[in-house]
Design a protein around this ligand. Structure first.
Ligand SMILES: Cc1ncc(COP(=O)(O)O)c(C=O)c1O
Length: 375
């Protein structure tokens, strides 16, 4: 029986998960050498329209390896959205490269691609796009810019597994693309991630980076600094079972999104996610809401009120230029990105996990209406 509390996310593990996990135990294959790893990599890469998949420990590690594999380092600049998770910027900063930020589009909440070209300098080496909350970045202009200036493209598709841009899978656009399999993602391995590419050489570099850069012939002699980012057979077993259900999962996410929109669309002074854009229909990784300034209530207040009603909710991302740790390091002083700042202050997301039930959606919507009415 479900408890009365509605968490912001709960995964759905109702397919072959138990069967494949039992196989790991029965055969004793629990490390990263087990057979599910390769099968999962191949199946997932194919699903995402890529030649190679390199399974790793989480989505952050996938981005770290992607940035390193492209030899990004001191003197290089990487353009990315300010409105994203800190995972995107960590290896850029640690490598000694310079992150260069762009603001968001106020409707899609994705990076405003019209701002990218003005940020390019002779030092720009790569653009990192991050598809936010279920709608893809407008990739057409980004691809044109990458071609025109000969830039590398890193694509963070963590939040859009199963989404497409003009019919082509998100995760198929970057020289290197990455995903996360954390339990709030469209498919989960508990913790996990994958690096995706069509470039055999880059795939080989990423396999090396994942495995401490051991060399095939001289195992303990290292030519490059790597990490231990190996995914286990147990995680891959989960992933394999999950991927069998991807279409159902996306449909369920869309149904949740449509239900919320139907129930919330008449409330004035709140902005809901777009149902679609010219190039995609939303898959609602999370169902985000941005409060209108006129309401004089910020996301922190409404999250507290929802919590008192037994409903989990989370704030939107804190933009990179407002991160204390990065400001202390001397980044982004006096830079302003008004759209992302507003989204952070007034944006929050409500329960939208795969096991959410219709009655819970109704309860969440009813409480939001009530809270806003009583302000
Ligand atoms: C856009 C994006 N990139 C990267 C990550 C990091 O993934 P992980 O939590 O698996 O490290 C997340 C996690 O939520 C994310 O939303």
């Amino acid at each position: 029986m479900k408890s009365n509390y509605i968490p912001v996310n709960e995964p759905l593990l109702e397919g072959n998960e138990k069967k494949y996990l039992a196989e790991c135990i029965d055969t004793g294959w629990i490390s990263s050498d087990g057979p599910f790893i390769k099968i999962f990599e191949q199946k997932f890469a194919k699903q995402m329209g890529r030649k190679y998949g390199v399974a790793v420990t989480n989505g952050t590690a996938a981005i770290d390896a992607a940035v390193d594999a492209l030899d990004i380092g001191p003197g290089d600049e990487v353009i990315l959205p300010t409105f994203t998770i800190i995972s995107c910027i960590l290896q850029i900063v640690r490598s000694g490269a310079t992150p260069v930020l762009v603001d968001s589009d106020p409707l899609t909440w994705n990076m405003d691609v019209s701002q990218i070209e003005s940020k390019i300098t002779p030092r720009t080496k790569a653009i990192m796009v991050v598809h936010i909350y279920g709608l893809p970045v407008d990739m057409g202009p980004v691809l044109k810019i990458c071609n025109k200036y000969n830039l590398k493209l890193i694509e963070d598709a963590a939040e859009v597994i199963g989404q497409t841009y003009n019919g082509k899978p998100c995760g198929s656009f970057g020289h290197i693309s990455t995903v996360s399999f954390y339990p709030n993602k469209h498919i989960t391995t508990g913790e996990g991630g994958m690096i995706l590419t069509d470039d055999e050489n880059l795939a080989e570099i990423c396999r090396g980076l994942r495995n401490l850069c051991f060399q095939p012939n001289k195992r303990f002699v290292h030519e490059r600094l790597g990490w231990n980012l190996r995914m286990t057979n147990i995680q891959a077993a989960l992933g394999l079972a999950q991927i069998e259900k991807i279409e159902q999962f996306i449909q369920k996410k869309r149904d949740i999104g449509y239900q919320y929109t139907k129930l919330l669309k008449d409330i004035s002074c709140i902005q809901l996610p777009l149902v679609s854009t010219d190039f995609a229909e939303n898959i609602y990784w999370v169902y985000g809401i941005v409060l209108d300034l006129k309401k004089k209530i910020d996301s922190e207040t409404i999250i507290k009120k929802l919590s008192q009603a037994g409903i989990g909710a989370r704030p939107f991302f804190c933009p990179m230029h407002q991160q204390p740790v990065l400001k202390k390091m001397g980044f982004f002083s006096n830079q302003k990105y008004p759209v992302a700042e507003r989204m952070y202050k007034y944006g929050f997301y409500i329960p939208s996990g795969l096991s959410l039930e219709r009655s819970q959606i109704d309860r969440v919507a009813k409480n939001i209406k009530l809270i806003i009415k009583n302000i």
